[in-house]
Design a protein around this ligand. Structure first.
Ligand code: PFF
Length: 451
């Protein structure tokens, strides 16, 4: 049995780990991305497939990824190296960790740009720019905002710098502290916005759009996007849960933690949808208006509700903090690897990794203005990076993790790490060995047209 401490320390408690993992999971993916891709993919059809993916693939893979990290207690590359040796398996399994780190950089590069939008909108909220908003005003405001590369670069740089500063402070001081206050406040804000949505004329239509089952709208694109979103939103398949798992003390139940984290993540995404779509319908906006959706809808709510100024400021501030707790999770695998394998200090590692992601972010910045007309396979460059990472790299990483945990690792080791009652272990084992890998694989095959 491997018995060592992570170089970077441990979470102080189970609660601290759950908070950090929830911080990684809950972010722009829930509040910005979930509503707009649900809107583009038929609403309820998407939501149904999404929830199924979270339960059948997301939770078991989250448990597996955390377990791998806790067993080896290193960065993802060395974790995979140690565990393949322990299992007597092929050393090429470590490519899984490499792919995860590349995915992390690509995601962080655009994540920081969008988080920059949220930062700019926090300032707009403070300045009272939403007062008396309507659909036309918010659309003009958003389009005007993203048309300026310099402005986007400024906010992108601001956010990336904040990420680097927090990550440089390490596990306990940086990561733990940052998430401790946020989650409860975020939940309260979401309920408040749902409360406002209930008062609009579009409430019934919004609920209908999200929840009344419509199987006819399930296409292979809907299924692929929903699966990708499940991985993205839970923060799976790229080594984050492995590195967060490395900091988990031995006595923490991985199964319970995964269910709590996935549950909280799904609730926040659904609340965001319930808050946003009624406003969309009540104001004649379109559900499929793309990445600007949340920025074009919620300011209308804040501009017209009592206390809207305060709630607007708080909401966008929360969104920025939620994005920060995810961006630190996106960069941490690479930072841990640079420290452990390249002998860098934490500060040096943060600066290097942050600069690479920052530079890559320019592609996303320009894809909303100067390069907006450049299309590859019918997609803008931003859509391409997003699709490649969320819909392909993360599920592929998840597939590999499932196969490794279900088929390559010795059963006695998984039993020992998960410490589940027999009946629950059997369920996990069936999901991780058969259901999750088959699900990802079949969806891939279907999308490339083989099935
Ligand atoms: N889960 C985050 C979100 O929904 O915004 C994004 C993310 C974080 C993806 C960490 C992947 C990851 F490893």
């Amino acid at each position: 049995m491997i018995d060592k401490q992570s170089l970077h320390g441990e979470w102080s408690s189970r609660f601290a780990f759950i908070l950090a993992a929830t911080g990684s999971a809950v972010g722009l993916g829930n509040i910005w991305k979930f509503p707009y891709i649900a809107g583009e993919n038929g609403g309820s059809a998407f939501v149904m497939v999404y929830v199924a993916c979270v339960v059948l693939m997301g939770i078991p893979i989250m448990m597996a990824e955390t377990m791998l990290g806790r067993r080896a207690k290193q960065n993802p590359v060395d974790t995979m190296r140690t565990l393949t040796q322990e299992a007597g398996a092929d050393s090429r399994w470590q490519y899984l960790a490499w792919m995860g780190m590349v995915a992390g950089f690509l995601i962080l590069s655009y994540y920081s740009v969008i988080a920059g939008w949220a930062s700019a909108y926090t300032l707009k909220a403070v300045m009272g720019d939403f007062f008396g908003s309507n659909a036309e005003k918010t659309e003009v405001m958003f389009n005007d905002f993203i048309s300026s590369p310099l402005r986007l670069i400024f906010w992108h740089s601001f956010f990336m710098l904040a990420t680097m500063v927090i990550v440089s402070k390490g596990v306990r001081n940086g990561l733990e502290k940052a998430v401790q206050m946020l989650m409860p406040v975020l939940f309260i804000m979401m309920f408040l916005l749902v409360g406002y949505a209930m008062t609009t004329s579009g409430y019934q239509q919004g609920l209908h759009f999200l929840f009344s089952p419509d199987f006819s709208k399930i296409t292979s694109k809907v299924v692929l996007t929903a699966m990708g979103q499940a991985f993205f939103s839970l923060g799976l398949g790229m080594g984050t849960m492995m590195i967060y798992g490395a900091y988990v003390p031995k006595n923490v139940s991985i199964g319970k933690s995964a269910i709590i984290v996935a549950g909280a993540d799904t609730i926040v995404a659904l609340l965001a949808g319930i808050a946003i779509f009624p406003i969309v319908f009540a104001n004649g906006l379109h559900p499929d208006s793309g990445p600007g959706l949340v920025f074009e809808t919620l300011p209308i709510a804040f501009g017209n509700m009592t206390g809207g100024w305060l709630f607007g400021v708080l909401f966008f501030l929360m969104l920025v903090v939620a994005a920060l707790t995810s961006s630190i999770a996106l960069i941490e695998p690479a930072v841990a690897w640079l420290i452990e394998s390249k002998d860098m200090t934490r500060d040096q590692a943060c600066v290097r990794a942050g600069l690479v992601a920052w530079a890559l972010g320019f592609v996303t910045v320009f894809s909303f203005n100067r390069w907006a007309d450049i299309h590859v396979f019918g997609h803008t460059l931003f859509e391409l990076i997003d699709g490649l990472t969320a819909n392909i790299m993360l599920p592929a990483g998840g597939l590999a993790i499932a196969i490794f945990a279900g088929w390559v690792m010795k059963q006695q080791h998984t039993v020992q790490e998960l410490a589940l009652p027999d009946s629950q272990y059997v369920i996990w084992k069936a999901l991780i060995s058969y259901v999750a890998p088959a699900g990802v694989f079949l969806i891939f095959l279907h999308v490339v047209g083989v099935l």
